[in-house]
Design a protein around this ligand. Structure first.
Ligand code: ADP
Ligand code: NA
Length: 332
């Protein structure tokens, strides 16, 4: 008996990538105005789990907001706000630190990847991040969370926290949230290394397409993207051992809103000399109007701030009663 409600977020830890667009924002727009209430967040408190220069954080926070707005997130249809402006996230996050188990955190593969051999030197926040993410979701009793493949484990941990809380306090208070992971672009890969995810905090600019890249840069990045010597096959089976090729086909499919098989029906038997320029043209066709609109928003930071402040008021109206009820259940 929970209201069908979507929550998702993006970290302002650098410029938005094509991975964020296809794996997240484009899908968030698609869920708007349908069966769900939609709540989208700039998760700035997650960004500071690794060092952020304050001016860069301010800029990136507005860039993510501009990316949402320019892509079609409509503040009259969705609640759009910055995480740090709604204190229920931090408060519920603390309570969930006391529900989640250290052993659960130790299994998080993203932490292991990000901390690497340096796990004694990273922030405590990076370790506890999935517990704050559970609070982001459950502060709204969100039933569905559209995310890319990389976030699946964190949504499963969110379910574990909800279940343990409900069990320990003998209530049916938090929903068991469903991760929504579907479509060809759930894991857009790095253009230079098909084994790594494309990420805004990746090392080299050539490995990702940024939503704000200009047409020439986008063309150059796809032209130089790693592929292989073979022509494209007629079906996806032929791409099983070809990670880079599969990634480029997935990107094309997601941008064009068609299936991978439809892409191969058109390009099967063709070489990269034909496919890469077509992919670059398609990416420019889809991204250029959005990046133009993003720049217009970013030229008016006061307008962005006004929209986000209004969204925070609406978010608080949902999250605060849920937080207060949580305190009550726990005996505060
Ligand atoms: P990043 O890894 O670029 O810093 P975030 O952690 O802020 O991105 O993730 C924001 C959303 O974008 C999440 O739903 C995440 O799953 C999605 N996402 C990020 N990178 C990719 C990618 N390469 N492919 C598909 N989805 C992605
Ligand atoms: Na991520």
């Amino acid at each position: 008996a929970f209201t069908p409600r979507v929550f998702s977020g993006i970290k302002p830890s650098g410029g938005l990538t094509l991975g964020n667009y296809l794996g997240a924002i484009k899908r968030f727009v698609g869920m708007q105005g349908g069966d769900f209430e939609t709540i989208y967040c700039v998760v700035d408190m997650h960004a500071v789990t690794v060092w952020q220069n304050p001016d860069d954080l301010r800029t990136a926070t507005r860039e993510v907001a501009a990316g949402y707005l320019a892509s079609g997130i409509d503040p009259s249809k969705s609640i759009l706000f910055n995480q740090s402006r709604v204190s229920a996230h931090a408060e519920l996050g603390w309570l969930f630190n006391c529900v989640a188990r250290v052993g659960w955190m130790n299994r998080m593969t993203q932490f292991k990847d990000k901390a690497g051999k340096n796990s004694e030197q990273v922030s405590l926040g990076l370790y506890a991040y999935p517990s704050l993410m559970a609070a982001d979701i459950l502060a709204y009793h969100a039933t569905h969370v559209p995310v890319g493949e990389d976030q699946k484990q964190h949504v499963e941990l969110t379910r574990d926290i909800a279940k343990k809380f409900n069990h320990d306090y003998k209530v049916d208070f938090f929903p068991e949230t469903t991760p929504v992971i579907e479509g060809p672009a759930m894991r857009v890969m790095n253009l230079r290394d098909g084994t790594k995810k494309m990420s805004k905090s990746g090392e080299s600019d050539m490995e990702r397409v940024n939503m704000l890249d200009d047409a020439d840069t986008i063309a150059k990045k796809f032209k130089k993207s790693r592929s292989d010597q073979d022509v494209l096959p007629d079906s996806m089976d032929g791409l099983a051992d070809r990670a880079e090729a599969r990634n480029l086909v997935n990107i094309y499919a997601a941008l064009a809103d068609i299936s991978n098989d439809a892409v191969l029906a058109e390009y099967g038997g063709q070489g990269w000399g034909k496919f890469k320029p077509a992919l670059a043209d398609l990416a420019v066709e889809k991204l250029a109007p959005i990046s133009g609109e993003m720049r217009r928003f970013m030229d008016d930071p006061a307008e962005i701030d006004r929209i986000m402040a209004h969204g925070a008021d609406k978010a608080r109206a949902i999250a605060e009663p849920i937080l207060n009820k949580t305190f009550d259940i726990m005996g505060f």
